[in-house]
Design a protein around this ligand. Structure first.
Ligand code: FAD
Length: 515
């Protein structure tokens, strides 16, 4: 039994849990977030990284579209170092016709989203890689957002306002006394008590709730994505038609992400999600319609995530089910006080979801503290980045971490270890200290090490040695290399042909003594 009793325990360290723990902490509530893996282990680390303008939903879901554009504007302000202001183009191909485009522009404007029709020649001048056969294009305020950075920033701010974060620990049970949820039991056998428990565990929420006697109808909707080894466009490129497979291409750092599919999958498969060769084929075929040069661009890996959708029609394929925000007060809904669920929604709307959940928590706890998260910049986006004498090695770090670079020691750790993403030793030391990383896979989420074109072929040995030193045990470098290579295979397997196969063979030769 933990001696400390919290006001709030949040289960799940995706973007929803991270935004909620930040909001609770800013409102002065003593809060603990529990995550069974590292942050972003679920859907939050397996999406496009598109900061929706809402345009994609304008025709089918006006409320969702309005939420997106409001949150899009807020995140550009409070999370400036996580957002790349790329803007977006919705392009129409001859088979799409222009009827959808006309209605799309009207609906965007009704939802408060700027949507400017662009002459196809002008669109091609702006983005030479898009399909030259386009018959129309619309510019919208889409942007690219780094989900890992966004979640990190929320976690950091929560910790700096007194919240506790417990990673690599699963909640195994909700503890009830006299019909009320009074805490959780963890995989370490501890019972931790709280006045309110919030389930923000994505698709795993339904299972946790069920064990406490609460039924939440959720439908796991799998989406597969592929990463191309270069940025082929500056803007987010969407297809201007009813949402379908592979109609979004998002530039992110040095790569491009193409997705997605939408298929109902059994809940038991959600712990081991990977893209299949069939999904990769489908994505490639459709993606080349958007941007033809993708046919010649090396795919570096494929992956998949599961949307936590709440069921309206369990027979649907996932595109018909609500992607809206779902906040459940189990006291009024199920007669179980002490338990709240926040799920559904999107990466883009997580801050708003957290605000709604925390308003309810405050009401339950009798607190009148108001939400400040829309106006308070996140760590990394606060004020001006400090000036450095020789900024070359720090340029990428500044882009990734913004004002947080003032906590990094570039005098001692200025050496660049990952050449693709220009990650320095100073960032490794920072990630070990701030986020408690245990291996290179964790480090990758906090720094982008190994996420670039070479996927770690050139840098992993150096990174492993640096990480082992930072963790105070140089003998662990070989173990780190093996763990990293094993993890990377998963994403490469469905795309192992041509240049990707050559790269994999090369990597194998470089590291064969370590495997
Ligand atoms: C393919 C795909 C593409 C998408 N693209 C976009 C996009 O471009 N833009 C956008 O805005 N949205 C996008 N989304 C939606 C967005 O990713 C999700 O809505 C969002 O990430 C959900 O976050 P979450 O925190 O609610 O859930 P998750 O991120 O799934 O987090 C739940 C967490 O709970 C943890 N957990 C589970 N069980 C337990 C337990 N027992 N104890 C402790 N922890 C537990 C998990 O490990 C996980 O980390 C996409 C989704 C998918 C699948």
């Amino acid at each position: 039994m933990s001696a400390k009793e919290y006001d709030v325990i949040i289960v799940g360290g995706g973007v929803t849990g991270a935004a909620t723990v930040r909001d609770c902490a800013l409102r002065g509530l003593s809060t603990l977030l529990i995550e069974r893996g590292d942050i972003c282990d679920g859907a939050s680390g397996r999406n496009h990284g598109l900061l929706h303008s809402g345009a994609r939903y304008a025709v089918t879901d006006r409320e969702g579209a309005e939420e997106c554009i409001r949150e899009n504007r807020i995140l550009r302000r409070i999370a400036s170092n996580c957002v790349e202001q790329t803007e977006g183009l919705f392009i129409s191909l001859p088979e799409d016709g222009l009827d959808y485009q006309a209605n799309f522009i009207k609906k965007c404007r009704e939802a408060g989203i700027s949507a400017e029709a662009i002459d196809p020649k002008e669109a091609l001048r702006m983005e030479p890689a898009i399909n030259p056969n386009i018959i129309g294009a619309v510019k919208v305020p889409d942007a690219s957002v780094d989900p890992f950075r966004l979640v990190d920033a929320h976690i950091l701010d929560a910790q700096r306002h007194g919240a506790d974060i417990l990673k690599f620990t699963a909640v195994t049970e909700l503890v009830k006394e006299g019909g009320r949820v009074v805490g959780v039991k963890t995989s370490k056998g501890d019972i931790i008590r709280a006045r309110e428990v919030v389930l923000a565990a994505g698709i795993w929420t339904a299972g946790l709730a069920q064990a406490a006697g609460v039924k939440i109808g959720m439908m796991p909707s799998k989406g597969a994505l592929i990463i191309y080894g270069h940025r082929v466009a500056k803007m987010v490129i969407n297809r201007c038609r009813k949402p379908a497979n592979a109609d979004i291409l998002v530039p992110g750092d040095v790569v491009s992400v193409l997705g997605t599919t939408s298929d109902k999958v059994p809940v038991e498969t959600c712990d081991d999600m990977h893209a299949t060769p069939e999904e990769v084929n489908l994505l490639m075929r459709e993606g080349e319609q958007l941007v033809p040069c993708l046919a010649q661009t090396r795919i570096i890996r494929a992956y998949a995530g599961v949307r936590p959708l709440v069921v309206a029609d369990p027979a649907g394929d996932g595109r018909n089910v609500s992607r809206g925000i779902v906040l459940l007060d189990h006291e009024t809904r199920d007669g179980i006080p002490g338990l709240i669920t926040i799920t559904g929604g999107k990466l883009t709307t997580a801050r708003l979801m957290a605000e709604m959940a925390t308003d309810l928590i405050c009401e339950k706890l009798g607190s009148s503290a108001r939400c400040e998260t829309a106006n308070k910049p996140l760590p990394g986006s606060e004020g001006r980045v400090p000036r450095f004498k020789d900024p070359f090695n720090m340029r990428a770090a500044i882009g990734r971490h913004g004002t947080e670079v003032s906590r990094m020691d570039f005098v001692k750790g200025g050496e660049i270890l990952c050449e693709c993403e220009h990650v320095t030793r100073a960032e490794i030391a920072y990630a070990v200290k701030q986020f408690g990383v245990r291996n290179i896979s964790d480090l990758r989420r906090h720094t982008r090490i190994g996420m670039g074109t070479c996927q770690g072929s050139y840098c992993i040995q150096k990174v492993a040695e640096a990480l082992a030193e930072e963790l105070g045990d140089s003998s662990r470098a070989g173990e780190f290399v093996r763990e990293y290579l094993q993890e990377r295979w998963k994403g490469m397997t469905p795309v192992l042909w041509g240049d990707t196969l050559r790269e994999a063979e090369y990597m194998h030769k470089v590291y064969k003594n370590e495997i």
